[in-house]
Design a binder for this molecule. Structure first.
Ligand SMILES: [Cu+2]
Length: 325
């Protein structure tokens, strides 16, 4: 084998490793997660693979994170419309076609939903997490408002029957004058609706990092967070610049005997590279789902402690929760 061919095989091998690590796409998006067993078979190699891969190659060179492609593994996301009037609610519809070219009708339920839908503005100043309804014949329907003029990214996070989880992404547009906002600077405290959420932990390029979010209200820790679609919180993380969709999963779930309903919610997040990331935490309290947002910067070599932290992740924990706003 000549050298280029060997190199190619080597890179391909790394891609396979990274694919297993990052390609799950449920990230939360994670949003959705395959059933627990599926979820964990998909990233069952968390403990060792990120370390090995992170040391063997510059972070981000071998992986294609979720959300960047409109088509993957033979599955293609097809919005039936890609434009909307700013501020006007529309019945937004789309399909996912399978390897046979037909709209997929069979989906695995992930955290009580067959498909999780995330919409962000491309400047990451706007975020929505919705759950479309099946309109028949593989068509998904969701009432959607693009709040103002600009370019948007939609993500469909799902696992087809008999397949593994993935996140496909497509651009949507609202016509009109558009003034993009700069990505907010690094921020570890967010306030929403009288709640303060603080973030502890750092994203590390090419590694799984433990992120702890602590919810308080009126200066007091919130200890009665409500389960929402199977979790106490749902975290979506997107990379600034290209909106790569990170794989994120929570540590523990309601009813597992050890996961408390706040004030802390713990997640494991995989940042594919250095760079800026926006994080959106959905949590439910007093019957309402709220979103707290943060900016983190992943830089430098991963700390050895990160991996140890991740090893404490119970292998039986379910993925993340979901919510509708
Ligand atoms: Cu969802």
């Amino acid at each position: 084998m000549n050298t280029p061919a060997k190199l190619g095989a080597y890179v391909l091998g790394l891609a396979v490793v990274f694919g297993a690590t990052f390609g799950v796409g449920t990230a939360v998006g994670g949003v959705g997660t395959p059933p627990a067993a599926e979820e964990h078979s998909a990233h069952g190699d968390h403990g060792g693979a990120p370390t090995a891969a992170g040391q063997a190659t510059p972070a981000g060179t071998a992986a294609i994170p979720g959300g960047l492609e409109v088509s993957q593994n033979g599955y293609t996301l097809t919005p039936l419309t890609t434009t909307a009037e700013p501020g006007k609610n529309t019945d937004f519809r789309f399909t996912v076609t399978g390897p046979d070219g037909k709209p997929v009708t069979g989906y695995q339920v992930q955290h009580e939903k067959k498909l999780h839908f995330i919409l962000v503005s491309r400047d990451l100043s706007h975020f929505q997490h919705l759950h479309p309804a099946e309109a028949g014949d593989g068509v998904w329907s969701v009432p959607l408002t693009l709040p103002e003029a600009g370019a948007y990214r939609m993500f469909a996070d799902f696992a087809p029957e008999g397949g593994s989880g993935m996140t496909l992404g497509a651009d949507l547009y609202a016509a009109g004058d558009y003034a993009p906002k700069a990505l907010p600077g690094v921020s570890r405290t967010a306030t929403v609706d009288g709640y303060t959420v603080t973030l502890d932990g750092d994203l590390a390029p090419g590694r799984t990092s433990r992120i702890t979010l602590k919810v308080s209200k009126d200066g007091k820790p919130v200890t009665d967070l409500q389960p929402y679609l199977g979790a106490y919180g749902h975290l979506v993380a997107l990379r600034g610049g290209d909106l790569a969709y990170l794989h994120v999963h929570p540590d523990g779930e309601p009813g597992d005997g050890k996961t408390q309903p706040g004030p802390e919610i713990v997640f494991y997040a995989e940042a594919p590279s250095r760079g800026d990331y926006r994080l959106f935490l959905d949590f439910q309290h007093d019957g309402k789902v709220r979103t707290a947002d943060f900016t983190l910067h992943a830089d430098g070599a991963p700390a050895s402690g990160e991996q140890g932290g991740h090893d404490e992740s119970p292998s039986g924990s379910a993925g993340h929760g979901e919510h509708t706003h």
